[in-house]
Design a protein around this ligand. Structure first.
Ligand code: FMN
Length: 388
């Protein structure tokens, strides 16, 4: 293990605020993502010992801040990875929102800095800037935002952002503000990560590509005298046998027709996100050749933007693949599976016991007197007790 490899990992789950179901690209098996459902997913993640949940942001999602504010009070340990949007939120407003939610959740807020990679969506949000300009905004935004969270009174006169006498009266719970996460694969994004970010995120590309990208980020950060931590976003399809897992992957796209794939690919093609281009290139919009690495499948990306790959296999294989990414220096794993409620349980049951978790999963943390025990045998004995 190299020096940058941490011994334990943070395992996150994901709140499906843009829809959930049993199959991709169809209404069949779809389910309402309403407050009771999101509460169930968040409570499951909290109770099962996940470190936190990522809440996506964008036109296709419920608002991530409101969702986090609705769910934080019913969970105890779960952290919420919520997006700030430079260009859409002024830094003073974002800093105030972050400080408030950090206090309301008693220090359980994490921030994902999302620059946005879809020019059509951006125009709908009032943003008419090029890719390069959006990253200039992100850089300036982060400078003001971070100084506010550190308690400074800020005067700033940048190319895009100007504030005078900006300040935060009520501080965040976490010193200097919630940790900053950020994904983006373009050179501009990598520069920002190297200079201003705590945890660099990548979507789940094959091991060699992730290794290559992280080496660049690490090198740029070192030039700034900085050391980052790293995270990866993947779906998971785990079953007791590998055969069952691949069958489940096939079933996930069993109702997906070619027109739906083509229309999704058209939307991805209009994006100016390097990260999205790298994801789309993994399958080229075709169902053939979706197995792109050992236990790595690109089928989700046929219709889902962003995170498009899944680890597919039995529990030992999935845990091994996670350890391979961990060996690259990644210690944040942001996972999900369809449907998100059931798969949160399945992953916790099958894979968590095989992983070096940074916080104990609840099952391991419980005392012998509170279980879990499994259902009683014949209404008279607990499973595992000698049946006489
Ligand atoms: N973009 C969004 O619009 N909404 C999101 O919720 C979101 N979450 C992301 C999560 C991860 C783990 C990663 C790696 C990226 C995410 N992005 C999201 C995209 C990036 O924030 C960024 O806008 C995009 O990749 C464009 O950057 P690039 O051209 O530098 O790759």
């Amino acid at each position: 293990m190299t020096e940058s490899v941490k011994e334990s990992i943070n395992v996150f789950w994901f709140l499906p605020t843009h829809g959930d179901g049993r199959y991709l690209g169809t209404t069949q098996g779809g389910r309402p993502v309403d407050l009771p459902y999101l509460q169930q997913v968040a409570l499951a993640a909290d109770n099962l010992g996940y470190y936190g949940v990522l809440i996506p942001t964008g036109k296709s999602c419920e608002d991530s801040w409101l969702v986090a504010a609705a769910l934080a009070p019913i969970t105890r340990r779960l952290r919420y990875l919520v997006a700030v949007r430079p260009g859409l939120q002024p830094p003073s407003l974002a800093a105030r929102m972050a400080a408030t939610l950090d206090r309301l959740s008693e220090g359980r807020l994490l921030i994902n800095v999302v620059t946005g990679g879809d020019p059509v969506e951006n125009k709908g949000d009032g943003i008419f800037l090029s890719h390069a300009e959006r990253y200039e905004v992100t850089q300036e935004f982060l400078e003001v935002y971070q100084r506010l969270l550190q308690g400074d009174k800020v005067d700033f006169n940048g190319k895009h952002i100007r504030v005078e006498g900006a300040e935060l009266l009520f501080p965040p719970v976490q010193e200097n503000g919630p940790p900053l996460y950020f994904g983006g694969s373009s050179p501009e994004a990598i520069d920002i990560a190297a200079n201003q970010i705590d945890t660099y995120l990548t979507w789940g590309e094959p091991l060699a590509q992730v290794a290559e990208k992280l080496a660049v980020v690490r090198q740029r950060a070192e030039l700034q005298g900085r050391k980052l931590s790293y995270g990866i976003r993947l779906h998971v399809i785990v079953r007791e046998t590998e055969e069952e897992a691949w069958a489940a992957a096939d079933r996930l796209i069993a109702h997906l027709d070619e027109d739906t794939i083509a229309s999704a690919q058209k939307i991805f093609a209009r994006m100016d996100s390097t990260g999205q281009q790298r994801m789309s290139a993994l399958h080229g919009g075709s169902r053939d050749g979706l197995r792109i690495g050992p236990n790595l499948w690109a089928g989700v990306g046929l219709v889902r933007g962003g995170a498009g790959t899944a680890l597919v296999g039995n529990p030992q294989q999935v845990a091994e693949r996670i350890r391979e990414y961990q060996a690259l220096g990644i210690d944040n794993f942001i996972l999900s599976g369809y449907p998100h409620l059931e798969e949160a349980h399945r992953f916790a049951e099958l894979v968590m016991p095989l992983l070096p978790l940074s916080q104990p999963a609840n099952q391991a943390a419980r005392t012998v007197n509170t279980g879990p025990f499994g259902e009683t045998i014949g209404g008279d004995k607990r499973p595992g007790q000698t049946v006489k």
